[in-house]
Design a protein around this ligand. Sequence first.
Ligand code: M6R
Length: 588
Amino acid sequence: MCSIIGYKGRLNVASVLVDSLKRMEYRGYDSVGIATINNGKILIKKDIGKVADVNKSLDLGRMPGHTGIGHTRWATHGDVTYKNAHPHYGCTDRIAIVHNGIIENYKELREELIFLGHTFVSDTDSEVIAHLLERHYSGQKNIKKTVIEACRRLKGTYAFVAAFEDGTICGSRYDEPLIIGSVNNGYFISSDVLGFLEYTDKAIFLDNRDIVIVDSETCHIFDLDGNIVDRAITKVAWELAAIDKGKYAHHTLKEIHEQPNIVQKAGTQNLEKIEEFCNIVMNSKTLFLVGSGTSYHSALIAKHILSKFAKIRAEAIISSEFQFAFDDIDNTSVIIAISQSGETADVLQSVKAAKTMGARILSIVNNPTSSLARISDSSLSIDCGPEIGVAATKSFTAQLSLIYTIVDRLCNGCLDFEANKAFLVGALRQVLDTEIQIHSIAEGLRDARDIYIIGRSIHYAIALEGALKIKELAYVHTEGIAAGELKHGPLALIDRNSYVLLVNPTDMASEDNIASAYEIKARGAKIIGISDRPNNVYDIFIKIPSVKSTFYPIIEVLPFQILAYYLALAKDADPDYPRNLAKSVTVK
Ligand code: M6R
């Protein structure tokens, strides 16, 4: 949820850290801070806000040195305030730390350290790490022993990087990512490869409880018993250019516009890997699909088409609910975990639980080196390049495209996805052409208090996804409702102040949807129809092209993404960085 970075090398550290933090800001953007070490002194500068906002107050010109650490925060313990922003010193300025995760026993450690004379200044759980390190460092000044002793006391999830007055940086992790980037004459220690990809594609993925120490341009990795461990260097292949906004005002808009190309590219993934993945699916007795947020909506669509076309029954479950749902998982079960980041804590937790019960794990990720990919028996990448906007847009279409490819393989080509691709790409471009119309619809919805999105069958998942986009980007209460459920309760909410969007392309559900729309209209609500055919019941009509009915989800989600984006702008919200959220939710 937070991003952490450490660097020791030959470059001017302050600007290196800030550039790295900018690239990882999707992980959290409440506050920013860096600490640099120069001539045996650690200097911290931090402030509330995003990197671009606080850049000036960090006054990088006055932060010389070639070693340092940095952080962007997504608050868990303690308000968004200056004192809670990272880095944190211990009692003195000899050690500073940055942390991502939650230290579950921080209260107990804090009380113990206060009893021993330490003074805390923040409300964070993280500050205990600085004091704990300080405690073990004072006297012996042996950094390896210090970090081992401190890590032995920590409970919970963590990745931290610490800077010591002598110019050493070190870090450790438990269930939060921490990756070393190896550059000429130096090293990075980072939450994400994006933190150092501009400088190197040589990455070392640390295992849980590994400890890394970088001193005098050398990097040592130890286990908790102090034994040296050998971790392989992985070459990471991500196109860096993709994280620029290009000609677009926001990453989100750029990512929305990238979708035709993403569908175009889909299915070109390694065919052998798809084969391996499908064989595991076919050999399962019970199949579960897990994901959170948008990835859960992909799971719902996967469940639908697996059953309809491959005749494979699967359960789709929100990953945070998975642990409460099933006791009957065993070695005949297969879990397909869907996650853009591959780092979502809820997903990782459900997968780990299923693994201990003997299940095989398959995953669909965007980051092939993520924690989820690495603990899977087989993993496929959606390959849509880094998604920076906090709202999932292009990753959703990329997930769906890969799911179509997989199901097509499982039903011996009955979907004909490959043959339909060119047509779908054209259809996506046509929907993008409605951007101006949707922009003006968004202006009209500026003062809407409640928005309802209605869909049936496979389109219900899109109603949920559309509602999620509007909630998170524009902060408007929006509910996705199964059209058939309206009369079982939600209709009571509808009045002349309500806006109802109906996902209604022509298929076997559309007549029933029109009937529901009339019931809604009779209560005075305004209806916005999203369909390939106009209808008198719609007050506003957004036209989408006709495609083969199975593929509608990929097309019909776009108007919602565009609407949410422009509604965010109409309400003066930043669509790339919605309040209270972070892109990668690595805490439970
Ligand atoms: O990285 P993941 O796909 O596991 O993330 C899951 C959710 O946190 C994510 O989809 C979230 O709901 C998005 N902000 C939705 O736009």
